[in-house]
Design a protein. Structure first.
Length: 272
């Protein structure tokens, strides 16, 4: 049997200021997203939209933080989680970012679908980079596992101990198991990083498509829905619904369906 990877948080201090790997990854994700959006909009000849991207990306950052935290508070029923450093949920952040970006784009009287078309590339890239932050702090890991890349998070957020896995995620353990034992789990953060990168490569390959604006965002939504639906089978969670799927999987199906709709309605049909 392979020995599990022992994870340590990637945090350091600059004087009194603590810098976390998660914070750095989030900043890098949004910086990369802005660069991709601006360069692709400039390439397409939409200078006005490209010049507005700093404001739109700032709206995406604020919307992500508010939406991700709000989703977590609603999910856990703990208003105090608003003040905690952890507890950010991707789908909440995604919906918050889209909503606030839409408001800013409309306020600037720009074309939402035009910007969304390049945003599909950027979100995939940002997602891949951002998930490295989850790995850095030991957050959003998976269920118990002893295979290749299995990882222990003794200082994770929260630690992957028997007491946490059973109490917070409903994972059963044999009677008499030491509650303080650290459990090896699926490193789902790495799965998400890899799948996010694959989504980016696909979207980048299709960036010169000739379909209507918004079509490429549909490609992203389809990929994101599939990615999240798959990962949920490995995540350490305890929010399965009566249909046997998690809340995130239901949202993933919804996003996938929206993506299919965009692919169909924004597809440019060739004329004879």
């Amino acid at each position: 049997m392979l020995s599990p990877i022992l994870h340590r948080p990637a945090n350091f201090h600059l004087g009194p200021l603590e810098v976390t790997g998660f914070g750095l990854a989030v900043l890098a994700a949004f910086a990369i997203s802005q660069i991709i959006c601006q360069r692709e909009l400039w390439r397409r000849g939409f200078d006005k939209e490209a010049d507005a991207m700093p404001d739109i990306v700032l709206a995406a950052l604020v919307g992500t933080l508010i939406g991700a935290k709000t989703y977590y508070v609603v999910l856990t029923g703990d208003p105090g989680a608003f003040l905690s450093r952890g507890g950010f949920v991707f789908w909440g952040g995604f919906m918050g970012a889209v909503a606030l970006c839409w408001a800013v784009i409309k306020a600037k009287q720009l074309n939402f679908l035009r910007i969304a078309d390049v945003a599909g590339i950027a979100i995939a890239a940002g997602y891949s980079v951002g998930r490295t932050g989850c790995w850095a702090v030991g957050d959003d890991y998976g269920r118990p596992w002893n295979g290749f890349l299995a990882t222990q998070f003794p200082e994770g957020a929260p630690p992957s101990t028997v007491s946490v896995m059973s109490g917070q995620f409903g994972v059963p353990f044999p009677a008499g198991t030491n509650p303080s034992d650290v459990v090896a789990v699926h490193p789902t953060q790495l799965y998400e990083t890899l799948m996010g990168f694959i989504m980016f490569l696909v979207a980048w390959k299709l960036r010169k498509h000739t379909h209507k604006e918004g079509w490429l965002f549909g490609v992203y939504c389809v990929g994101a829905g599939i990615e999240r639906f798959i990962v949920e089978f490995f995540r350490a969670k305890d929010d399965a619904l009566t249909v046997g799927l998690t809340t995130a999987q239901i949202i993933a199906i919804t996003i996938f369906t929206i993506g299919v709709g965009l692919l169909g309605t924004r597809r440019r049909v060739a004329t004879a």
